[in-house]
Write a protein of this length. Structure first.
Length: 71
């Protein structure tokens, strides 16, 4: 589910895989591993992704359909 949500959020923003990898300080190949059921990003990277897209970790992992953060 994580890889599908990440792809959805990235494409909604009009970002390429290359641009997303650059923003995260990754090689494009390492970014591709995240979305192909490879090793999961570290917790810090997950928080950065959630913050960037303005969603919760629960949303990223498919535990909820609600995107908004409850701060």
């Amino acid at each position: 589910m994580f890889n599908n949500r990440l792809r959805l959020l990235r494409t909604e923003r009009g970002l390429t895989q290359r641009r997303m990898a650059d923003m995260l300080g990754l090689t494009e190949r390492n970014y591709q591993r995240y979305k192909s059921d490879g090793p999961m990003p570290r917790y810090k990277m997950l928080l950065e992704l959630a913050d960037y897209f303005g969603v919760s970790l629960d949303y990223l992992f498919g535990r909820t359909e609600k995107r908004e953060l409850n701060l």
